[in-house]
Design a protein around this ligand. Structure first.
Ligand SMILES: Nc1nc2c(ncn2[C@@H]2O[C@H](COP(=O)(O)OP(=O)(O)OP(=O)(O)O)[C@@H](O)[C@H]2O)c(=O)[nH]1
Ligand SMILES: [Zn+2]
Length: 187
């Protein structure tokens, strides 16, 4: 990420809105924003290979469903560059007893969220990355999020919650499994 260009651009925005980029409170703002962008858009710089070598464990007595729920995430909407944030629920049905360390699931959610995006795409990307990494028998993903571009501008509706979900394999074909996922996650 080109921090110097971000700094110059932010300085230009500060001037363009009629503020003084040299006043004390703002003088370091362009550098702060540049540093912040490298953090909140970190997956634009990360190598996808970081996510290729999740260790897969073989567990003969693996459960039918593994569900990690209420995973907090923060992302930036690509339309307005304002935050949207909420929680993700991710479940999978192991194939041949193959499981991953459960901490890798929140890591994956973070990775997918830390770039300009849309809620639907995050939902989709979590599901397709789970399939690519693990080839499970099924994946279920749901996200509930608040979008600042609907709350602090535009239609100005506070605390709207947007829900998205995607199901594959056995979750798509077996109503009992889908119902168990939805019941567990409170939907
Ligand atoms: N589907 C989807 N839409 C989103 C998401 N985040 C923001 N949006 C919407 O993207 C749309 C962008 O539409 P535009 O009409 O080009 O932008 P706008 O004039 O600023 O729209 P308003 O927000 O309605 O004022 C808006 O309706 C936003 O609510 C998201 O994650 N998914
Ligand atoms: Zn937006």
């Amino acid at each position: 990420m080109d921090e110097k260009r971000i700094e110059n651009a932010v300085s230009e925005i500060i001037s363009a809105i009629g503020e003084d980029p040299t006043r004390e409170g703002l003088v370091e703002t362009p550098a702060r924003v540049a540093k912040m962008y490298t953090e909140i858009f970190s997956s634009l710089s990360d190598e996808p290979s970081d996510f290729d070598n999740f260790k897969v464990f073989h567990e003969d007595e693996s459960p039918e469903m593994v569900l990690v729920q209420q995973i907090p995430f923060y992302s930036m909407c690509e339309h307005h560059f304002l935050p949207f944030f909420g929680v993700a629920n991710v479940a999978y049905i192991p194939n041949n007893g193959e499981v991953i360390g459960i901490s890798k699931i929140p890591r994956l959610v973070d990775y997918v969220a830390k770039k300009p995006g849309m809620q639907e795409r995050i939902t989709n990307d979590i599901l397709s990355e789970m399939e690519r990494i693990l080839h499970p028998k099924g994946v279920a993903v749901s996200l509930s999020a608040r979008h600042m571009c609907m709350e602090m501008r535009g239609i100005n509706k506070s605390e709207l919650s947007t829900y998205t979900s995607k199901f594959s394999g056995e979750f798509a074909n077996n109503l009992d499994l889908k119902t168990e996922f939805l019941r567990q996650t409170g939907h």
